[in-house]
Design a protein around this ligand. Structure first.
Ligand code: DX5
Ligand code: ZN
Length: 216
């Protein structure tokens, strides 16, 4: 399992300490949650903060844009040195164009689905995608409760990917902890995002190692 801790749950007054902790851990990516107060009812952080994070982070950046018109920021995300650029299906009228533009910049193109958006809407684009991220909470806040329907949705996505011959990875974001992580692994997830489960734990390394040890 790949583990992508969400910095949304970090201590923003002491980011360097939390980023160092992740640098020393066995986590795989850094998950950065960008919110614009329009696509989601909250505002998190933007490029100046992410540039500072990128200077300290020693693992690939997994950028999750919860913003309208994410295609406007492809050059900025590229300039951060991000490995993955995740855009929301619901925020892209011309999703195919956005996905090609992300790939042309040499980044992995990820498409994220809100809890109510069905997997089958990706049927005609799945072979172009490097990653599909399923939201298992309504985006906008950390620390929310996992929506259990996402387990069956993960199995559906796994079938769509296998049957289409797509190489897309499956990432799950929201309410991931030891228990939901275990069930998501069995359902076919490749990458787990976790914020509060990692940062609020007495020993974040133990949580990361537990999630990393999960397999199908
Ligand atoms: C929610 C964000 C998530 C969030 C996850 O809008 O996209 O990445 O930080 O937080 P937890 O793991 O606490 O649900
Ligand atoms: Zn996220």
């Amino acid at each position: 399992m790949l583990v992508s801790p969400s910095l949304l749950a970090a201590n923003f007054a002491n980011l360097e300490r939390d980023i160092d902790m992740l640098n020393q851990s066995h986590c795989d990516w850094f998950h950065l949650d960008v919110m614009d107060g329009v696509f989601v009812p909250n505002i998190s952080f933007g490029f100046p903060v992410m540039e500072a994070m990128a200077r300290t982070a020693q693992k690939p950046l997994d950028v999750h844009l919860m913003i309208v018109e994410p295609q406007k920021f492809i050059p900025e995300v590229k300039a951060l040195g991000a490995k993955v650029m995740n855009v929301h299906y619901e925020a892209c009228t011309h999703l195919h164009r956005v996905v090609q533009a992300i790939k042309n910049e040499g980044m992995m193109a990820g498409v994220t689905l809100n809890p109510h958006t069905p997997v089958h809407l990706l049927e005609d684009i799945i072979t172009d995608l490097d990653l599909v991220m399923l939201m298992s909470v309504n985006p906008g806040f950390g620390g929310q409760k996992f929506i259990p329907q996402v387990l069956e949705k993960t199995r559906k996505l796994r079938r769509l990917i296998n049957e289409s011959g797509s190489r897309a990875l499956i990432e799950i974001d929201g309410g991931v902890n030891r228990e939901t992580g275990q069930r998501l692994a069995e359902a076919g997830a490749d990458i787990l995002v976790a914020g509060s489960a990692i940062f609020n734990a007495p020993n974040p390394h133990a949580e990361i190692d537990f999630l990393k040890g999960l397999s199908r």
